[in-house]
Design a protein around this ligand. Sequence first.
Ligand SMILES: C[S@@+](CC[C@H](N)C(=O)[O-])C[C@H]1O[C@@H](n2cnc3c(N)ncnc32)[C@H](O)[C@@H]1O
Ligand SMILES: Nc1nc2[nH]cc(C(=O)O)c2c(=O)[nH]1
Ligand code: SF4
Ligand SMILES: [Mg+2]
Length: 235
Amino acid sequence: MSLRIAEIFGPTIQGEGALIGEPTVFVRTGGCDYRCSWCDSLHAVDSKFRDTWMPMTTRDVWAEVTHLSGGQPLTVSLSGGNPAIQDFAELIAMGKEAGYRFACETQGSINQAWFSKLDTLVLSPKPPSSGHKVDWLKFGSCLAAAKDCPNVVLKIVVFDEVDYDWARVVADRYPELPLYLQPGNPTVDPETPVDLTETTARLRWLIDKVTADKWFAPRVLPQLHVLVWGNQRGV
Ligand SMILES: C[S@@+](CC[C@H](N)C(=O)[O-])C[C@H]1O[C@@H](n2cnc3c(N)ncnc32)[C@H](O)[C@@H]1O
Ligand SMILES: Nc1nc2[nH]cc(C(=O)O)c2c(=O)[nH]1
Ligand code: SF4
Ligand SMILES: [Mg+2]
């Protein structure tokens, strides 16, 4: 199986959502069916970076994951771009045999049978500020494809009031899914230092919103890797 890979990096810590803080190797695919206005991974989305994406066999990817992890099982996070464009069934089977765990981050626009083989599926439907409108039928197909995945969670990025109100509606739609909210990072250029005062202010704004509303369903988390490394790639 040939996979189109933008980068494989780690071990680092998972910086977002349900598995925050967990040692992780990231496999980032090249190519996305979306183009969010604030995407922090444009090097894996914009076709002008296509030349930097490498066709790799499942075996090549697995060799790099085992090399980076020193053969010690850990969580492998499939991200991108949209990893759901590609076929990770073989990699997941190979890795699980060796005791590795698999998570996947996707926007919920494309479903794959291998979602059911994941340990964790993070569905991150895109709020209005992204410039995309969620196709809920497709999103539902992703949920259906993940029926045997034991940990399916929602992670929503919130930039402003409109996103926040939208997140509340989405949460009502899927009350059975654990919900993680993270503030949007407006500075996505890897060369531009992140303003930690602004990052903290955005987090505080979001925490103030949920507590003022007595909305106790979500967990509100920062992007831990952004606090530690800013927009640096490969961490
Ligand atoms: C780069 S995406 C790749 C996986 C998939 N395409 C998706 O969007 O879920 C990984 C995560 O980063 C989040 N993200 C991207 N840009 C962001 C930004 N500027 N601020 C906060 N989160 C961001 C996405 O919403 C998603 O949850
Ligand atoms: N440390 C770290 N945590 C992350 N969580 C989600 C990421 C992503 O870009 O998918 C990401 C990433 O790129 N780095
Ligand atoms: S769906 Fe994910 S990778 Fe694609 S443009 Fe949006 S944030 Fe970036
Ligand atoms: Mg990221």
